[in-house]
Design a protein around this ligand. Structure first.
Ligand code: B1M
Length: 210
């Protein structure tokens, strides 16, 4: 039983083995963040194989589902940390046209563990939905995830609408997701680019102090 075996199980979409191995690894003291890091690399490889037509959508779906199941097993271990004053309120979602949610869900868990209050608006979220939900929730931060070059423009669209409505200063806007970069964040006028879930809590805490 090793992290490598778990990677193999997720790569081949074996949910039951993935759940079993993940449980055994955390019970044995492996850091859940180390597991997520390793599995994120596996998903990158899956994406590359998909691009090279070495695997097809059903295989990518199976791997994605296996990773989601492993994240469920890791959830109580990531949430550990006791109580604490809420640091801020975040509306978090994946942008319009984009159904990728694994990364967003991990970011959510990490932020919750770092004492942020999260309103998860799911995937395929329209720019107006982000803004409406932020208003209703009394959010400090809007977080928009995008996993595809084709959906990244909706991060910009949301910021543009905030500007048009005179609400840009009401919220800090954080973007993330594999194809996004710090340059893209600067170009579209986001307040922050978070490269991964591990750094998101610290970066967002710093942002609210500004
Ligand atoms: Co899709 N997919 N997919 N996919 N998929 C990618 C994104 C792709 C890069 C694969 C490839 O071709 N190489 C490619 C996009 C190419 C592009 O940019 N244009 C792609 C494609 C093309 C597609 C479809 C169009 C395929 C098709 O139907 N022909 C389709 C689109 C569906 C849609 O969205 N409308 C599709 C579908 C799917 C599945 C449903 C099968 C599945 C998603 C399952 C799910 O989410 N429930 C899937 C998967 C699994 C992937 C890959 C392989 C893995 C994504 C993932 O979960 N990674 C992906 C390849 C890749 O990303 N390299 C790929 C693991 C996750 C932990 O990492 O999401 O990057 P990530 O999140 C990280 C950081 O990015 C960051 O923190 C996270 C944790 O550290 N982060 C944030 C993420 N969001 C953040 C927000 C923040 C801050 C940090 O603040 C707000």
């Amino acid at each position: 039983m090793s992290l490598q075996d778990l990677c193999k199980a997720v790569e081949t979409g074996d949910q039951d083995r993935g759940k079993d191995l993940a449980q055994k690894l955390v019970d044995g003291g492996t850091n859940p963040l180390e597991i997520i890091d390793a599995l994120t690399k596996v998903m990158d490889e899956i994406g590359e194989k998909f691009t090279r037509l070495e695997i097809f959508l059903p295989e990518m779906m199976m791997s994605g589902e296996a990773m989601s199941k492993v994240v469920e097993i890791l959830t109580p271990h990531l949430k550990k940390g006791g109580g604490g004053e809420p640091k801020g309120k975040v509306v978090l979602g994946t942008v319009k046209g984009d159904l990728h949610e694994i990364g967003k869900n991990i970011v959510k868990l990490m932020l919750q563990a770092g004492f942020f209050e999260i309103k998860d608006i799911g995937v395929d979220a329209d720019p107006m939905t982000f803004i409406k939900e932020a208003q209703e929730f009394g959010a400090d931060i809007i977080g928009a995830s995008s996993l595809m070059t084709t959906t990244m423009p909706h991060q910009k669209e949301m910021i543009d609408i905030l500007k048009d409505q005179g609400k840009r200063d009401k919220y800090k806007v954080v973007i993330g997701g594999a194809p996004t970069t710090v340059e893209w964040a600067e170009e579209i006028g986001a307040d922050l680019y978070a490269p991964d879930a591990g750094s998101a809590t610290q970066l967002l805490s710093g942002l609210l102090k500004k």
